[in-house]
Design a protein around this ligand. Structure first.
Ligand code: DGJ
Length: 726
């Protein structure tokens, strides 16, 4: 998979159907190619050399060798490349110029763990091969390792970087991105994702211009405002054909992704920890590891790119017992009771859930401390006996007696000023001296860079989790950071706080998920505000949005599917009028939309009519039938809800023997055109049976002619077809 041509000092990485070529020229790793698999790269790197007027160069004999015009694998700062650098380091003398040169390499089977950070992995060394390229700067004594992994079965390459101070004086990293890729042209459109609370993962696609475009988070979390990912698409690329290059950062904190088109129409892309308000002191002998970026190439359009990410993240990023297991259908009490919960209400909802065939009851916010609203108690992870006099163990037992699993909500990273924890440890939150502590939702952020805070969290959660039969945890996080500083760090390390927080978070969740391997963990951050690959490594599913409106969810789930598999996307049926947008949609459509993810309900089931209860029971039974397809199948997007009134997609089993297709019409129109549901991903040579009607179709017919979508009056209509190979 990784070929090294010693004579030319050329590395040819082959991953699945892709090639990635690096050549060392004059000590610099040049980036020659990334794209469709090549048998060999025979071209000369000199084709990139061109003497440009006023371009800087170091060697007067070779003015054509200018760092400003070459495609570089990991560009530095200060010696002629005016584009964005991938890293920058400051010496004790104040200078910030460095120059890394090739010092050797090693290749090895498999993939090594990234210390303290989430990453993709292999189950067997034969699945991947890795390359370390070693670079040194004799002046700064900075040693850098560029690590690449290629996969046998995925068109994906991962990259990360390790910095080490091999000198005798301290160094300060000012910028340490995970990857930089120079494309030789700019004929691309860029896809990025934006949003807010209740409005996550909207898609933006636009042509590149002669400028730098960036998406980023400076909020301390990956955030719903921008997602830590982007894709470059050729202008003719659509869902099914054309080239796409994806970049997805496996990290949950501040990030920056930049796409820069330079004066000669080349494109530099980079992604990594945001350099804003970041620096990292490297004492002699110390090292710093960047997060991983997962880069996917597709010649099968955006859909091909998504399926690679979906499958890679489902099988080789997510971990644990539940990775390959069907996830339980659930009922969550949040929108049913909010903070006004008690044993009687919860058990009544649970009883209805059981009758509907639901498998897991999730007790959300409000069960601990004296949390009657969002103004108190975060940090005091002790059951509130006023609401739950018999305690959690008893409650979990009653649920178990009914045949339900029991799950519990926490928001461990936070502290309410009105809490015993805060009264005991006012310096345990992020803060800076002599400044007020800015609140969001009446809460502050615990300083997870501190070992004592981490130990407290591990201990207090362990007590709760081992004190009752808790089989699921919803791990929430409901505010971003302000006054980012730590009482435990020295002045010259304050700018390390935000990253140290994320490292601290990862170590806490690593410990807890290891200690409780049977618990299914779901990540959440005011909905899908920290839906990122970093969290997915520890927690195999994420609550996609607090917005449970079916029409809004079409877009949210469509945008989320660009990278994440359906099994990771928490989706619930809620009450109407919808609590977030006030819309009244049909129960059918609410069910169909939610069952295209990890399915659950979030409403007071005791308040439903008998007719509605019947529908819900049918929905749950239907979901259980299609669950393997939804949770482990391949996802194909068909109609885009961002461009019209309709959405459609289908899930196809890995062996193409089964599929389920969904079509949604949001608003009714006069003079409706007849629509055809055109399947994708089927075996064109096979015959398929419509399971509901017994009608037989050829696979080719289903993917070229399709099935007719009924025309009906009324808004919020949804249709589903289940087919199976005969
Ligand atoms: C935000 C989450 O996204 C909701 O689902 C709910 O758990 C609330 N927090 C509880 O405070």
């Amino acid at each position: 998979m990784i070929h090294y041509d010693e004579k030319r000092k050329q590395f040819h990485l082959q991953s699945g159907e892709t090639s990635y070529v690096i050549q060392i020229v004059r000590g610099y790793p040049l980036h020659l190619y990334w794209g469709k698999k090549l048998s060999a790269y025979r071209g000369q790197p000199e084709s990139f050399f061109k003497k440009r007027s006023f371009a800087p160069y170091a060697d007067p004999q070779h003015p054509e060798f200018s760092l400003d015009t070459l495609p570089l694998e990991y560009p530095g700062y200060g010696n002629g490349d005016y584009r964005h650098p991938a890293y920058q380091v400051q010496l004790v003398n104040g200078s910030t110029v460095s120059d890394l040169r090739f010092a050797g390499h090693r290749t090895y089977p498999g993939k090594e763990k990234l210390p303290g950070l989430p990453a993709t992995y292999v189950a067997d060394d034969a699945e991947a091969e890795s390359l370390d390229i070693f670079l040194n700067d004799p002046v700064t004594h900075l040693a850098v390792t560029l690590t690449y992994t290629v996969f046998r079965d995925f068109d994906a390459i991962t990259r990360s970087v390790r910095f080490e101070n091999k000198g005798k004086e301290a160094l300060r990293l000012l910028r340490a991105l995970s990857a930089s890729v120079d494309f030789r042209d700019d004929r691309f459109e860029v896809m990025t994702f934006y949003g807010s609370h209740n409005f996550e993962r909207n898609i933006s696609r636009r042509p590149l211009q002669m400028e730098t475009l960036s998406v980023e988070s400076r909020r301390g979390a990956s955030s719903p405002q921008h997602d830590p990912l982007f894709a470059l698409l050729r202008p003719n690329t659509d869902e099914d054909q054309g080239e796409a290059f994806g970049f997805s950062l496996v990290y949950s904190g501040n990030f920056s992704a930049e796409i820069e088109v330079d004066q000669f129409h080349t494109t530099r892309t980079s992604i990594g920890i945001h350099p804003f308000d970041f620096s990292w002191k490297l004492e002699p002998g110390e090292s710093f590891q960047t997060p991983e970026v997962v880069m996917v190439h597709s010649t099968k359009g955006l859909g091909g790119m998504s399926r690679t990410y979906n499958r890679l993240y489902r099988t080789r990023l997510a971990r644990g017992k539940y990775r390959d297991r069907p996830r339980p259908t659930l009922i969550n009490n949040w929108e049913a009771t909010y903070f006004k919960l008690n044993e009687k209400k919860l058990l009544a909802i649970a009883a209805e859930a059981k009758k509907a065939g639901i498998e897991l009851f999730v007790l959300d916010d409000g069960w601990f401390g004296r949390r009657d609203n969002d103004k108190s108690s975060l940090g005091d992870w002790v059951v509130d006996r006023r609401k739950l006099p018999h305690g959690l163990d008893w409650l979990a037992g009653r649920m178990n007696d009914m045949g339900l699993m029991f799950g519990l909500w926490f928001e461990p990273e936070m502290v309410s000023p009105n809490s015993d924890l805060y009264r005991r440890h006012p310096d345990w939150c992020l803060h800076v001296p002599n400044r007020p502590r800015t609140l969001t939702r009446f809460q502050l952020v615990l300083d997870l860079s501190r070992a004592d805070v981490r130990a407290y969290l591990i201990d207090s959660l362990t007590k709760v989790l081992s004190g009752a039969n808790i089989q699921y945890v919803k791990w929430d996080m409901n505010r971003h950071m302000t006054e980012i500083g730590s009482a435990s760090l020295p002045a010259d390390r304050q700018r390390e706080t935000a990253h140290r927080y994320i490292l601290g978070l990862y170590s806490v969740i690593e410990t807890l998920t290891e200690r409780f391997p049977d618990i299914l963990f779901e990540s959440c951050s005011s909905g899908g505000g920290r839906f990122d690959p970093g969290m997915l490594h520890y927690m195999p599913q994420t609550w996609a949005s607090d917005n449970t409106d079916a029409a809004s969810r079409l877009k949210i789930q469509y945008g989320t599917s660009i990278i994440y598999p359906a099994i990771a996307i928490g989706a619930h049926v809620s009450a109407v009028p919808n609590h977030q947008v006030g819309r009244v949609t049909s129960l059918d459509m609410r069910g169909h939309v939610a069952m295209c993810g990890n399915f659950g309900y979030e409403l007071d089931l005791t308040k439903l009519s008998d007719q509605e209860k019947k529908i819900i029971k049918k929905q749950v039974a239907f979901y259980k039938e299609i669950r393997p397809l939804i949770q482990f199948g391949d996802f194909y997007r068909i109609e885009n809800p961002f461009v019209g009134n309709e959405a459609a997609w289908c899930f196809v089993s890995g062996d193409r023997s089964e599929a389920v297709g969904f079509f949604f019409r949001v608003l009714s129109d006069p003079a409706q055109p007849i629509r055809y549901f055109i399947f994708k991903g089927l075996d064109p040579d096979a015959l398929y049976e419509n399971i509901a009607t017994g009608d037989i179709f050829g696979g080719d017919e289903l993917i070229h002619v399709g099935v007719t979508v009924p025309i009906e009056k009324g808004d919020f209509r949804s249709y589903v077809w289940r087919i199976r190979k005969i």
